[in-house]
Design a protein around this ligand. Structure first.
Ligand code: G4P
Length: 524
């Protein structure tokens, strides 16, 4: 055990925020960056989202659409801890990168709009987080507006996501009538409208009640809350740290990111309860301790052309053990070739700075000249470390693609191969015609593909949308090409495995009815 290294590792908190678009992810991220002192005024992160972002080194397409194409990393110090927030793009820029980012974090924060409850994208992302078994911390946002009943929101976690919610605080009123939060975990009341900053919190007595001389003690909202607290004490889940760390229970916090209410309490609890980087699973028989002396890490994302002037690519590495230092010599597990890591950056809010020190939990960006692929492991020392491959995520959107100029097949194939290898899109071939079909999780992946084909490989491509499709793999032994019909398209993935792209869930059910003995599988 390396005590010095372990002390550093134990200070790391690396997480991603999962939410449905508009639930408040950007707003809460911004409040956290403010609390961490990395930005000085609200609106910085937001400006990037809305396209008023001044830094010029984002892809042209990103500037045009005013969104971030791929997830970035935000790093700051808070209460003696080093926080790494990995951004998970939503909206149209939702992509496989969004999912893969969840492979590189130790915890997730789930932001829910308290008027809307659990929405589809949250469900999708939660599914990935659940598979990893990492802890999830829930923030019920927008308490300054009228929302759904808190009890209802907590119950929905269990009903829809199958995770037990345990209340850490509870609203006193909501919307116009909001008075504050009953802070169960810290045994106090947090006021929404304190007289001044020094009087934000009111103490509770032994019985967990306000002293009767407090004006709020007669308030109908407060009294309602107390009834609910009694109910929770009788029937609600009890906080169980082990269950939280195992991803079986989620601590639930209420608040309002926009008015910066409850965010600090949330962040404090999160930093306290969320796990530091743990041993990383290498394969079925081997794990690697984060304080292992030798450096290791894996690449979970590659972003090209972050700076169009330099045509650079950055490979994002999640450090799993040891310590990164400039000029470190590592081996790329896939090829066995040595690589010297001379040029690396870490991320402080929006700026990129040279890496000073990175240990397990930290993210390092390596300038890449084409050495790396998504999922690659790198390690220092003699003992080979190769982490389990990253899961592939089943695309939902499909496009038929061909070169506009048939004379330029060569550049078309080169670009296609490289971008597919990089994990920018998934490639399929029509079973009969061998036509190229691309699959993606989000629409923007296609636009980025088209843009990069033109700009990096000088290949104009024709794309025809096949729309949303349900991809299901079939055992090759059960396949009869006659099963293909107008409602499904038979294709093969890049490993040659056959799969059907069904028009919709109805077409899939119809297939099941027609071929009850045929087993179809969803990848994820
Ligand atoms: P996202 O990143 O999850 O997509 O959400 P984002 O933070 O951009 O928030 C989406 C909208 O919800 C924004 O309003 C934001 O101001 C608002 N919002 C976020 N947190 C709260 C909250 O606690 N209370 C209330 N009332 N609103 C909240 P917008 O009108 O879409 O954008 P803007 O006009 O503020 O730029």
């Amino acid at each position: 055990m390396n005590k010095k290294l372990l002390d550093k590792v134990n200070k790391r908190r690396t997480f991603a925020i999962i939410s449905h678009p508009d639930a408040g992810k950007t707003t809460i991220t911004e409040q956290m960056l403010l609390l961490g002192g990395v930005i000085r005024s609200a609106g910085t992160v937001k400006a990037r989202k809305t396209g008023n972002y001044a830094t010029s080194d984002w892809m042209e397409i990103e500037k045009k659409r005013g969104i971030s194409v791929t997830s970035s990393v935000m790093q700051f110090e808070y209460e003696g801890k080093r926080i790494n927030i990995l951004d998970t793009p939503g909206h149209q820029d939702f992509s496989e990168d969004t999912y893969r980012t969840l492979m590189a974090v130790d915890a997730a924060v789930m932001v829910i709009d308290s008027a809307r409850g659990i929405e589809p994208q949250t469900k999708k992302l939660f599914k990935v987080v659940r598979q990893r078994g990492i802890p999830v911390f829930t923030f019920m946002n927008k308490l300054d507006r009228d929302g759904r009943e808190p009890l209802d929101l907590v119950a929905e976690l269990e009903d829809v996501l199958g995770i037990e919610g345990v209340a850490m605080n509870w609203p006193i009123g909501m919307g116009q009538t909001m008075k504050g939060l009953y802070d169960i975990a810290n045994h106090r009341i947090e006021l929404y409208h304190p007289a001044d900053a020094d009087h934000r919190f009111l103490p509770l007595n032994e019985a967990g009640r306000l002293d009767p001389d407090q004006p709020l003690a007669d308030d109908p909202q407060y009294l309602d809350t107390m009834d609910e607290i009694e109910l929770l004490e009788g029937a609600g889940a009890e906080f169980d740290r082990e269950a939280v760390l195992a991803g079986k229970q989620t601590p639930v916090f209420f608040g309002s990111a926009l008015t910066n209410f409850g965010v600090e309490t949330f962040l404090q609890s999160f930093v306290d309860l969320a796990p530091a980087p743990a041993a990383h699973v290498v394969n079925e028989t081997e794990t690697l301790a984060p304080d292992d002396d030798e450096f290791s890490g894996f690449i979970f994302k590659i972003q090209a052309n972050m700076n169009p002037q330099h045509r650079d690519r950055i490979a994002f590495v999640r450090v799993c053990s040891g310590e990164f230092s400039k000029g470190l010599d590592v081996t790329l597990a896939r090829t066995g070739k040595p690589v010297r890591l001379n040029n690396a950056v870490e991320f402080e809010s929006s700026a990129r700075v040279q890496v000073s020190e990175a240990v397990a939990g930290d993210i390092v960006g390596l300038y890449d000249t084409g050495n790396f692929q998504i999922g690659d492991s790198i390690y220092a020392g003699k003992h080979k470390v190769e982490f389990a491959p990253l899961p592939e995520f089943t695309p939902e959107l499909f496009m038929r693609v061909s070169p506009k100029n048939v004379m330029k097949q060569k550049s078309f194939h080169k670009g296609m191969n490289q971008l597919v290898q990089e994990g920018a899109v998934q490639l399929y071939r029509n079973y009969q015609t061998e036509d190229y079909i691309l699959g993606a999780v989000g629409q923007l992946q296609f636009e980025v593909f088209q843009y990069r084909m033109k700009n990096e490989y000088n290949s104009d491509v024709e794309m025809t949308s096949l729309g949303h499709r349900v991809a299901r793999w079939i055992d090759p032994d059960q396949l009869d090409p006659k099963m293909s019909s107008s409602r499904n398209l038979l294709v093969k993935d890049r490993f040659g495995n056959p799969l059907f792209l069904f028009e919709n869930a109805f077409a899939e059910r119809w297939f099941h009815d027609k071929y009850p003995d045929v087993k179809l599988t969803e990848k994820l």
